[in-house]
Design a protein around this ligand. Structure first.
Ligand code: A3P
Length: 319
């Protein structure tokens, strides 16, 4: 409480106010859990962490990483994804494990080994042990226009009844005000770290995964230290994982159609359209021009680019 009183504060998109701590925006509930995570989590060399900015493909990457990493630990037709949601199987640190408990029993929450967790926390704010140990991080980001629309739709859905105009959401996003934002600082933090240490951080993009899930699954498996064998490739294991984790499949599973995540988000809230380029149905020409300029300015010199649509022409926003 004392710390919060000293922090810069802004009105959130909907719901609680956001506080600026160590360069990023958080509501108090998440901030408290994040500080417990930061102070108390001890990474193992074998740990894997799925790190993402919200609405960039967290649910999908959790499903893909879980199914790839543990594929030999359960019979294929008993993949736990059929009975548990991706967020129940790969649990968030700050949105779940540390939410109501500064010292969660992490050994008992991980049924399979090596341990697999997830976070939306920025690279710079991760606990020291995640950086000093051999623990590996898989990060996914998404073009900011689709992320913005996905986030805006999500907020309206989870804060029943309340609504935020796209103009307001756009204005806040432009100024970096969004839970776990600024978006570009988050993405660039992981991007630079992955450039410096590609064996520790695998940097993925939602659009690339959509375009060719199979080849990215192969890279993911290699990165996790569990490459697909020739036999597995012949048996179509890669295609099977891509299929079970697909938007169309996960969205229709009973487990993802009912109930809610521990944070209060209904499971259905994690599945909307799952497309690249849906922003073009919402953003005005003015917003598009502003965002294109912002992307150019923020990514300038970084080498990071985003595909803005699934069409092949005129779709790269880069420095
Ligand atoms: P849209 O709102 O654009 O549909 P997160 O998992 O980080 O919260 O991101 C949610 C976004 O990923 C939503 O995007 C959601 O529909 C999409 N999504 C969820 N599961 C997916 C899957 N298996 N494949 C592709 N996209 C998925």
């Amino acid at each position: 409480q004392k710390l919060v009183q000293t922090l810069p504060k802004e009105k959130g998109w909907l719901g609680p106010d956001l506080y600026f701590y160590q360069g990023f925006w958080y509501p108090t509930r998440i901030l408290k859990a994040f500080i417990s995570f930061q102070n108390h989590f001890q990474a193992f060399n074998s740990d894997i962490i799925v790190a993402t900015f919200p609405k960039c493909g967290t649910t999908w990457l959790k499903a893909l990483t879980f199914s790839t990493l543990y594929r030999n630990q359960f019979p294929w037709d008993e993949n736990p994804l059929l009975t548990f949601g991706p967020h129940q199987l790969v649990r968030f640190f700050e949105n779940d494990l540390y939410l109501n408990n500064p010292f969660p029993d992490l050994q008992n929450v991980c049924v399979y080994q090596p341990r697999l967790f997830s976070t939306h926390v920025s690279y710079t704010s991760l606990p020291t042990s995640t950086k000093d140990s051999g623990c590996k991080i898989v990060y996914i980001c998404r073009n900011p226009m689709d992320m913005l629309i996905s986030f805006w739709q999500f907020m309206t859905k989870v804060q029943d009844g309340e609504s935020l105009s796209l103009d307001e959401a756009f204005d806040k996003f432009k100024h970096g005000i969004i839970v776990h934002g600024p978006f570009f600082d988050h993405v660039l933090g992981y991007w630079k770290a992955s450039q410096e240490n590609p064996n520790k951080i695998l940097f993925l993009k939602y659009e690339d995964l959509k375009e060719d899930t199979g080849s990215h699954l192969k890279n993911l498996a290699m990165f996790l230290g569990v490459p697909f064998t020739d036999d597995e490739e012949k048996q179509g294991v890669i295609e099977k994982i891509a299929k079970i984790c697909s938007f169309e499949n996960l969205k229709e599973l009973e487990v993802n159609k009912k109930g809610a995540h521990i944070s209060g988000v209904p499971h259905t809230g994690f599945f909307r359209k799952g497309e690249v380029g849906d922003w073009s149905n919402y953003l005005t020409p003015f917003m598009i021009e502003c965002l294109e300029k912002l992307i150019q300015q923020k990514l300038n010199g970084s080498g990071l680019t985003f595909k803005l649509s699934s069409k092949t022409s005129n779709n790269i926003a880069s420095a």
